[in-house]
Design a protein around this ligand. Structure first.
Ligand SMILES: Cc1ncc(COP(=O)(O)O)c(C=O)c1O
Length: 501
């Protein structure tokens, strides 16, 4: 699948809606469609909408082996995770211990740290050397204080699968409940909440060819009374989540889940073949390592590290929609918490990309991606030690920083994919250093943008950071910013991105 020239390899971030999903959704929007409020039980328009909502509820339930009445509509997996964790501890007076893992999505980690402020103690499990959360780690962490264990079924960055069925036995033996974040698992691996012993399970439609803004929480009948509502209002969804139901979104999610149920086996077979083709292509370069290759994984999501010091994920950005997991916390300039957890150093994490394949990925896309990797690797080798000499540090997908540059550095920066240069210095160039005018001349001869953003000595202000942020927003990306040592540029960018939130 392509978007003009950009080939899409970011299905783990989101999927395009399947055309069959879109068609079903359109039928719920206009005056001629089923647009009524599903809660209006006094007329046919409302009753028809309710019928569609209940049909969708049954479709979602069927995909995970639940009863329709156990499906609660939410706005997505983030809300489902919040409802599960906060809703549980709101009602739990004694077992105020949560077990989760360091590999979880921020929607769990941030909720857990919020709960810590409400006197919930939290244990964060680490993965074993293969990248998986082991049963032994779960067993060791659970005690008679543990109320809830929350683990993801499939990891969003590395694609590892957690053995939920085995873990649920341990969790229940400890007297706790099990919540599963299945945002990355739905439609990619079989789920049977009853057979697996899951009490609560979060889902999101936009990861499975449905629309954004709709998800669900499976709440097992047995535990429903132990979950407190987090969205108060008209008492919709058995009192667990108020708000007028979005019929079109719900119908979209139902259709997406129905398609996943009937097409998952054939989708998975094709995606596994494409994934193998991609892996053998990139392995043949001799410069790429696949992370967690020995773990039990889904084939859809690949984490690849390019083992060349000059590589930057942005070198692929013009051609491939991929995710650079190196800078999930760009404000702090920190590498991805997941990559760090599986043992990657900062430097390797910065050279790591996630490629995720899906229903619309073709062989041609895969071959194109392999060519892009080959091209990037060739450019890395051509540039040789150039980048090392420049001491480039990638701070985010958009911005890297370096100490004072020369004209030759600008050419090397262009070769490895930079599109703009920003000079953040206050003191003019010292004798023997390349003048910014010269840098700008070389940059413009290469078709790159070049800007001077003077910053006063020792005075890195909020205003200067904001000006830098605005400048970066306007420039072609990625941007390489430099100053005498590179430190001022980094501080400015970190300040600018932390203020953006
Ligand atoms: C594992 C996991 N959990 C939760 C979420 C959040 O889902 P949503 O975008 O539906 O809020 C995501 C999305 O990236 C995810 O990958």
């Amino acid at each position: 699948m392509s978007t003009d020239t950009l080939r899409y390899f970011d299905y783990a971030a989101t999927t395009p809606a399947d055309p069959r999903v879109m068609e079903a959704m359109f039928g719920c929007l206009g005056a001629a469609g089923v647009f009524g409020n599903p809660a209006s039980n006094s007329h046919a328009a409302g009753l028809k909408a309710k019928d569609l909502v209940e049909q969708a509820r049954a479709q979602v339930a069927a995909l995970i082996g639940a009863e329709p009445s156990e499906i609660v509509w939410t706005s997505g997996a983030t809300e489902s995770n919040n409802l599960a964790l906060k809703g549980f501890f709101d009602r739990e007076p004694t077992r105020r211990h949560l077990v989760t893992s360091k590999l979880e999505h921020k929607a769990i980690l941030d909720t857990a740290s919020y709960l810590e402020r409400l006197d919930v103690s939290v244990s964060y499990l680490l993965p074993d050397p293969s990248g998986e959360i082991s049963q032994a780690a779960v067993e060791a962490a659970c005690s008679h204080h543990t109320g809830l264990v929350s683990l993801m079924m499939v990891n969003n960055e590395i694609g590892t699968l957690t053995n939920i069925a085995e873990i649920s036995r341990l969790v229940h033996a400890a007297g706790a409940l099990l919540h599963v974040d299945a945002a990355q698992a739905v439609g990619k691996t079989a789920i049977d909440v009853k057979a697996m012993g899951v009490d609560l399970l979060s889902m999101s439609a936009h990861k499975v060819y449905g629309p954004k803004g709709i998800g669900a929480l499976y709440v097992s009948r047995e535990v429903a009374s132990r979950i407190a509502c987090q969205m108060h209002g008209g008492g919709h969804e058995q009192g667990l989540r108020s708000g007028t139901l979005a019929t079109h979104q719900i119908v979209g999610m139902g259709t997406a889940c129905e398609l996943a149920r009937t097409e998952m086996a054939s989708d998975n077979e094709r995606i596994a073949q494409l994934s193998e083709r991609l892996l053998s292509g990139v392995r043949a370069t001799g410069a790429i390592t696949q992370n967690v290759s020995s773990a039990v994984r889904i084939p859809h999501t690949l984490s690849l590290t390019v083992e060349l010091p000059n590589f930057l994920p942005s070198m692929l950005a013009d051609n491939l929609a991929i995710s650079s997991t190196s800078a999930c916390n760009s404000a702090a300039g920190k590498p991805s918490h997941v990559l760090t957890c599986i043992g990657l150093g900062k430097d390797s994490a910065e050279r790591t990309v996630r490629l995720s394949l899906g229903r619309f990925t073709t062989e041609a896309d895969v071959d194109f991606a392999v060519d892009c990797f080959r091209g990037a690797i060739e450019r890395c080798l051509e540039v040789g030690a150039g980048r090392q000499d420049m001491q480039i540090r990638q701070l985010s997908n958009d911005v890297s920083v370096a100490p004072q540059l020369s004209g030759a550095d600008v050419r090397a920066a262009h070769a490895i994919g930079f599109r703009s240069i920003v000079c953040n210095r206050h003191d003019g160039e010292a004798a023997g250093q390349t003048q910014f005018a010269k840098i700008a001349e070389v940059a413009s001869s290469l078709g790159m943008a070049a800007h001077y953003l003077p910053v006063e000595s020792g005075d890195v202000t909020v205003e200067a950071a904001a000006a830098f942020g605005l400048l970066v927003a306007e420039l072609p990306k990625p941007v390489l910013a430099y100053c005498r040592t590179g430190t001022r540029s980094a501080t400015l960018w970190n300040l600018a991105s932390s203020r953006q939130g």
